[in-house]
Design a protein around this ligand. Structure first.
Ligand code: CUA
Length: 156
């Protein structure tokens, strides 16, 4: 069988482009250790309340204007239900669920993650403006889903 010279060139060009695109996608997706920001750490969902740090949920000062907020999401609230940090603080949220899938969103910020039983969801945010920030659930989780919200106060 005879293949025309130009056809051969185009076949090779096509194969080369495909290889190049796959390389670009495959390499860039994981370049420089890029990973999804949460769901890296797993936890036994049955033993959340006896597993550190979730056995003592709460806000801890971990440095100059640095806080760690260990939180539990459960139908239909979050623990702790009230937190307060000074303006300019960075809060490192560590959240897991004791029951079903919940959301974790702070409107007007880029904090928005899914909280899945069995996984620890993490996100950090620097609160530059004082005020009361709502932390709310944006994943339908049952009859009380719409009341699942707590506040984080950022003091001036
Ligand atoms: Cu929790 Cu909706």
């Amino acid at each position: 069988m005879h293949i025309h010279k130009y056809e051969k060139i185009w076949l090779w060009a096509g194969a080369a482009c495909l290889t190049l695109f796959l390389l670009i996608v495959g390499v860039s997706a994981f370049a420089m250790g890029d990973q999804p920001p949460s769901h890296m750490e797993t936890i036994d969902p049955e033993k959340v309340v006896v597993t550190a740090p979730f056995d003592k949920p709460g806000l801890t000062r971990v440095g100059e204007k640095q806080y760690e907020a260990v939180m539990l999401a459960q139908a239909f609230t979050y623990t702790p239900s009230k937190m307060s940090v000074p303006k300019g603080s960075t809060v490192h949220f560590k959240v897991t669920s004791t029951d079903v899938v919940h959301g974790f969103e702070i409107p007007a910020t880029n904090v928005n993650m899914m909280v899945t039983p069995g996984y620890v969801s993490k996100i950090s945010y620097t609160f530059k403006k004082p005020g009361k920030y709502l932390i709310l659930c944006n994943e339908y989780c049952g009859a009380g889903h719409q009341v699942m919200a707590v506040t984080l106060e950022v003091t001036a």
